[in-house]
Design a protein around this ligand. Structure first.
Ligand code: PLP
Ligand SMILES: N[C@@H](CCOP(=O)(O)O)C(=O)O
Length: 397
């Protein structure tokens, strides 16, 4: 963040320092308001419009945000953190937090008069962009790593009518291709490298604070892949602090899968930047990312808030996913379960205190990846068409 100003909307990196761009919000108007004033509008991303850099006149919305913040008592008892909450982002219109970024990103694209939008994706970003592009009447191209996208997410992009390009390579390769197209101005890129996307994603933190009665939790835990979401949450905290609405900043805690963990490794080494990983691998396909675009910003968010970063294994992820299902009736995708796996691990290690109030952001819906669920639950039980056979089955453990 060297302070240079960039006007060309197709430029996503600073021509002066090469860093990612950030939207500098003018918060003078909102600083005249009270938090209660926000509640005159329905909960959701657009409740926080004064913190968003888009004129609501250009709004492209499918009623994103306003997701539940569950007090997860059974889960909390299991992991030894009684004040554990789950913010269930799987209940967004396309089933993930990406809708928060896309309502702002696509509204901005509309403001600019963009005709073709595009993104690279591990699945959720493409599902969200395809839906919002369809709502906005824009052409959409999504670049997906061939054979590496969960079935539900692939179905969504195809269903919403995007041009789905199956790219030979991993997510990082697909993103490089999408960026090339954007640099040549052949499409308007809506990956989180576009600074308008994290602006919408700030809203998840505003909602947590709002749902806790305008109070901040001690800690927010979230899975980290391309790393923009943790940055967005950090930016939201900083903006609330800037206008004097909060004093306390939650400790931002990023969880990565052990097989795709450049940010967590950098944190363990106390480094300010990360080393990209060539062959990321994890069951949590959404965070199978070796060269996170916002990795450096994520590290800043973690260090500045006295937060933490760690890794969890695929086994821990699947266990946490099942725990949420069996204790709380919440079905999240593997990447989202990483936050709960991280809560459990960090409590066991004593990094998280039992008295902390912790909000785990569970970023996406489990139904997006039914294959992983079916691989980890028992098979249906064959049953004869008789009461006796049902009784036999129910009497078994
Ligand atoms: C379900 C899910 N969780 C977590 C992430 C990680 O978010 P970020 O890339 O902003 O770190 C993603 C996508 O990257 C995702 O799709
Ligand atoms: N998990 C993401 C990866 C793309 O990240 P983004 O931050 O550029 O949206 C996805 O769902 O595709």
């Amino acid at each position: 963040m060297c302070g240079a100003e960039v006007k060309d909307p197709y430029v996503n990196l600073c021509p002066k320092c090469g860093g990612l761009l950030t939207v500098k919000m003018d918060l003078s108007e909102v600083s005249e308001m009270n938090p209660e004033d926000l509640r005159k509008t329905q909960i959701g991303v657009w409740r926080y419009a004064p913190f968003m850099p888009v004129d609501p006149a250009h709004k492209v919305s499918i009623q994103e945000g306003g997701t539940p913040l569950y007090k997860t008592e059974a889960l909390g008892a299991e992991v030894g953190v009684p004040n554990a909450y789950v913010k269930f982002e799987g209940l967004n219109p396309t089933g993930s937090f990406k809708d928060r970024g896309m309502t702002i990103g696509v509204s901005h694209a509309k403001e600019l008069g963009a005709k073709i939008v595009g993104c690279a994706s591990t699945g959720n970003t493409s599902a969200a962009l395809s839906a919002y592009a369809s709502k906005a009447g824009m052409k959409c191209a999504v670049f997906l790593p061939s054979g590496k996208v969960a079935m539900g997410k692939l179905a969504q992009a195809l269903f919403f009518g995007a041009k789905v390009l199956s790219v030979d390579g991993n997510f990082d390769d697909a993103l490089a291709l999408a960026r090339k197209m954007s640099e040549e101005k052949k499409l308007y890129l809506l990956n989180s490298i576009n600074p308008y996307r994290p602006e919408g994603q700030k809203s998840v933190l505003f909602e947590i604070w709002d749902q806790l009665g305008f109070k901040m939790p001690d800690r927010v835990i979230l899975p980290v892949g391309n790393a923009a979401n943790i940055w967005a949450v950090y930016k939201a905290c900083m903006e609330l602090k800037e206008i004097g609405w909060i004093d306390k900043i939650p400790k931002l805690t990023g969880i990565q899968a052990a097989g795709a963990s450049p940010v967590a490794k950098a944190f363990e080494e106390g480094a300010m930047d990360f080393v990209p990983e060539g062959n990321p691998e994890t069951v949590a396909t959404a965070i199978r990312i070796g060269n996170p675009v916002s990795g450096k910003k994520a590290l800043k968010a973690i260090y500045d808030t006295k937060g933490y970063a760690t890794t969890v294994t695929d086994e821990e992820i699947i266990k946490a996913q099942l725990l949420l299902g069996r204790k709380e009736g919440v079905c999240v995708e593997p990447a989202s379960a990483a936050s709960v796996a991280g809560l459990k691990k960090l409590r066991e290690q004593g990094v998280i205190d039992k008295d902390e109030t912790v909000a785990c952001i569970c970023t996406g819906n489990g139904l997006k990846d039914p294959d992983t669920i079916l691989a980890n639950v028992p098979k249906p039980i064959p049953c004869q068409n008789s009461v006796k056979d049902v009784e036999r089955i129910l009497s078994e453990n």
